[in-house]
Ligand binder design. Structure first.
Ligand SMILES: C[S@@+](CC[C@H](N)C(=O)[O-])C[C@H]1O[C@@H](n2cnc3c(N)ncnc32)[C@H](O)[C@@H]1O
Length: 250
């Protein structure tokens, strides 16, 4: 994916966080993401997620779509050792990698990893939650919101990545802003990758364009629902690919 920000601005935001968070394990995770084209959130969003969780004194976090633990690294910093970060992912290899990285980084203690469907993982966790962070296949966003909205305490946060989807949510094509904008270190999962594959399963005959439209439609549908939900006050931070922040107020 491309960041919607000019490459210089994206680089500036990333470097600020790098200077403040030196950790060779984090560097290693970023190198793996780069080499494999795996879509991690990256430094600026990682730090932003940590900040959001710290700002509400979060102790209980559930991640929907954890990959090999990069975003969980940041939540683990926020909740402290007596907190809880429940990771979910369908891919058992990711769980194994996450444990390796997070143990070496001294960030594994609060983490539990559920291998399987993210919403089943969420259902298996009892009680009210402080943060639910959504980063699964994008066609699953409306269902994720439906499952998450009532699980958060008043004062809790629903956070969701990629809600600007390279500008497609506003009718742009990535080629409209490719020059001079930061190419994500996260690889391009917009048209293909996990999201595209999942959308593709819905109809073998769908064209790539149909798939992209369906995925974009799912993101927009979820974002509009959140924006209009009287229980929540929400806004989108447009760093990288857009992070939705929704605070439960009633
Ligand atoms: C964008 S990556 C997550 C990256 C991670 N949040 C980070 O920044 O480090 C999405 C991950 O979600 C997983 N995934 C997608 N849909 C899922 C679902 N419905 N249930 C569980 N895992 C899912 C994929 O296997 C993939 O590893």
């Amino acid at each position: 994916m491309q960041s919607l920000l000019p490459i210089e601005v994206d680089g500036y935001l990333t470097e600020l966080v790098k200077a403040g968070q030196v950790d060779p394990v984090l560097d290693e995770m970023e190198r793996r993401a780069e080499a494999d084209g795996f879509p991690i959130v990256g430094r600026a969003v990682g730090r932003f997620l940590e900040l959001q969780a710290r700002m509400i004194g979060a102790r209980r976090v559930v991640e929907l779509g954890s990959g090999f633990g990069y975003s969980a690294y940041w939540f683990s910093r926020a909740v402290g050792e007596d907190g809880e970060v429940v990771c979910t992912d369908t891919d058992a290899d990711n769980a194994r990698l996450a444990e390796g990285y997070l143990r070496r980084a001294g960030r594994w203690d609060p983490v539990r990893y559920h291998v399987g469907d993210a919403l089943e993982g969420l259902e298996a966790v009892d009680g009210e939650l402080d943060v639910i962070y959504c980063d699964i296949d994008k066609d699953g966003y409306p269902a994720a919101w439906a499952a998450a909205a009532e699980r958060l305490r008043v004062g809790g946060l629903f956070l969701c990545d990629n809600v600007l989807w390279d500008g497609r949510v506003a009718g742009l094509q990535p080629s409209d802003h490719a020059d001079g904008h930061a190419a994500g270190q996260q690889g391009d999962h917009a048209a293909g990758g996990a999201a595209g594959d999942a959308a593709g399963r819905q109809g073998d005959h769908a064209t790539g364009e149909d798939r992209r439209a369906a995925v974009t439609g799912a993101i927009v549908a979820m974002t509009r629902e959140v924006a209009q939900d009287p229980r929540y006050v929400s806004a989108i931070n447009p760093i990288r690919d857009g992070v939705l922040v929704a605070l439960r107020v009633r």
